[in-house]
Design a protein. Structure first.
Length: 309
């Protein structure tokens, strides 16, 4: 049991029929729900921490909670920094014991993105840590990420090849039509699988990453709205599209919004039905179970990662 890098996870998943789930964590109950699902499904697991999570819970608390999960369960878990915005943040997470970091220079010009990424790769590799980068920009809102549709650009396959060769990055997040947050599509969902396939053919040994891949499961949206929420028109990436992406080199699929919705829906329902309750354990327990159920479904029915540990 240990905190591990994603190297072996991705080696097994690359050109296979499954992807590894990367689930964002913000507190103890979310971590426990995700880990319990991974145990039940006997699946590889990446727990990732965003800028918003670090600000909310503080990095050391989340790191220690993940370490506790490893000790408690015997799982090998990769602890990943999601959307590190500069070298200093990536360096701090490497120094704090993260086993994987993402440097997100996608908002910068191509050459500056390469320079930033190479600096992080050199430092991280010297410390036994792997690096994910991003090329192309996803629209949407999540934590400190806010990209409008006009600013979003799909990943250029030839640039992806050059980027990987010049940076030595271990995995690459690509933009093919997904987006952050709960409002991913205004009309018919669309992902550019031809572009994804071309990228995979040009860099076949590089694990590709799909950000903004929550389905925004209607069951949870409806439950939130039924019990006092206001989330009209929310729409995510259909699960069959995620399954298709896995066939084209995607080894890591990021899921955050679906966790938030599962947890919030259950808490709203519980508090409406039990207005006399004020003990957080009474509603956080069912919320944790909801996270576990949703994550088990993703691992088993969408990512195909059950029994791949």
């Amino acid at each position: 049991m240990a905190l591990v890098t994603t190297t072996e996870m991705f080696k097994k998943a690359l050109n296979s029929d499954y992807a590894v789930g990367a689930f964002n964590v913000n507190n103890m109950e979310i971590i426990q729900g995700i880990v319990d699902a991974a145990i039940e499904e006997n699946a590889p697991l990446i727990l990732q921490v965003s800028a918003g999570a670090r600000k909310y819970a503080r990095s050391i608390y989340l790191t220690k909670l993940v370490e506790a999960a490893v000790e408690d369960t015997g799982l090998d878990i990769a602890l990943h920094l999601d959307h590190g915005e500069d070298f200093d943040i990536c360096k701090k997470c490497v120094d704090d014991g993260f086993t994987s970091v993402m440097i997100d220079g996608s908002k910068h010009p191509f050459e500056e993105n390469i320079k930033m990424t190479k600096e992080v790769v050199d430092y991280a590799h010297d410390h036994g840590v792997v690096v994910e980068a991003e090329l192309g920009r996803l629209a949407g809102v999540e934590d400190n990420i806010n990209v409008d549709e006009r600013s979003a650009t799909f990943t250029d396959p030839q640039e992806a090849k050059e980027f990987v060769e010049r940076t030595g990055v271990d995995s690459l997040a690509v933009a093919i039509g997904t987006s952050h947050g709960a409002y991913k599509f205004k009309g018919t969902p669309y992902l550019d699988f031809e572009r994804l396939d071309e990228i995979h053919k040009l860099i076949p040994e590089i694990p590709l990453v799909l950000h903004g891949a929550s389905t925004v499961i209607p069951e949870f949206v409806d439950k939130c709205n039924k019990y006092g929420g206001n989330i009209p028109g929310a729409q995510g990436v259909p699960e069959d599209m995620i399954r298709e992406a896995v066939k084209h080199g995607v080894c890591k699929v990021n899921i955050d919004t679906d966790i938030r919705l599962a947890m919030t829906a259950e808490i709203r329902k519980f508090l409406v039905e039990n207005p006399e309750v004020f003990d957080p354990r009474k509603y956080l327990g069912p919320a944790r179970d909801a996270v576990k159920g949703m994550v088990s479904h993703k691992i088993r029915d969408v990512l195909g990662a059950s029994n791949k540990r």
